[in-house]
Ligand binder design. Structure first.
Ligand SMILES: *Cc1c(COP(=O)(O)O)cnc(C)c1O
Length: 253
């Protein structure tokens, strides 16, 4: 038996995420990475790396919660928002049984994570105006545990209509999580759904420092949700997901 044959069938069949770094190329600007194009000077105040980091550094959680207008118990920090995408599947979806759903064209990691873990993914194409096709989503919801919705969307840049998001939250209540990927929310901060968390126990929000904060290399993302969701994610997160470093908000002017 070859090493290849020993691997899980879904992993043998998997096409990994085609990241800008993996695809390579040359030049100075990678539009497919959506990075901040200029280095911003940050200084690490922690200079030693012999100790493991805290799993959830208190100061990072407290400061991000304050920034997001939430309480620390509504925040979990991870290795980029990409890890948040995957933690949600690992905590909520039974491989081979449950499904996730998303609406292409959108971010590529939802399907890659689902395939890696062995979770079915369903897609409902966005309408011609890039909005949600709610009736088609309603038809596909059976067995779906997590719906991923990116707003502002990557790669189209549009916001999803808030009336539609409310309808989707009503449709999924008691059945599935609705995950709003807000990787680009700093470009339209008034559109955040953070204020909706108190009304919807099944709403989850993903954030990152990789885009507007110019910190893609730091690998730091946040999942915002009510405490019961955060507590479940805390069960499946890696013991030391972050670099030992504090605090990232000491940007030098
Ligand atoms: C960049 C991006 C992410 C992931 O960012 P991390 O670098 O893993 O924090 C998640 N969602 C969308 C839509 C993105 O564009």
């Amino acid at each position: 038996m070859s090493i290849e044959d020993l691997a899980r069938a879904n992993v043998r069949a998997l096409t990994p995420y085609q990241s800008a770094r993996r695809l390579g190329g040359n030049g100075d600007v990678w539009l497919n990475a959506n990075e901040f194009p200029l280095p911003v000077p940050f200084e690490l105040s922690q200079q030693t790396l012999n100790r493991y980091p805290e799993c959830q550094p208190k100061i990072v959680i407290e400061r991000y919660a304050a920034y997001a207008g939430l309480t620390p118990e509504q925040v979990i920090v991870s290795r980029g928002a990409d890890e948040g995408i995957e933690l949600l599947m690992r905590a909520f979806c039974e491989p081979g049984k449950d499904a996730i759903l998303f609406c292409p064209p959108t971010y590529g990691m939802y399907s890659v994570s689902a395939e890696t873990i062995g979770i079915e993914y369903r897609t409902v194409a966005a309408l011609d105006n890039w909005q949600l096709n709610l009736p088609a989503i309603a038809e596909q919801l059976d067995g779906v545990k997590v719906v991923y919705m990116c707003s502002p969307n990557n790669p189209t840049g549009n916001l999803i209509n808030q009336d539609d998001i409310r309808k989707l939250l009503e449709m999924t209540a008691g059945k599935a999580l609705l995950v709003a990927d807000e990787a680009y929310i700093e470009f339209c901060p008034e559109a955040t759904l953070a204020g909706w968390l108190k009304a919807y126990p099944h709403l989850v929000i993903l954030r990152t420092l990789s885009k507007a904060f110019a910190l893609a290399g730091l690998r730091c993302g946040f999942t915002l949700a009510n405490k019961p969701v955060i507590d479940l994610l805390m069960k499946v997160i890696a013991p030391y997901p972050l670099l030992r470093r504090l605090p990232m908000w000491q940007a030098k002017p």
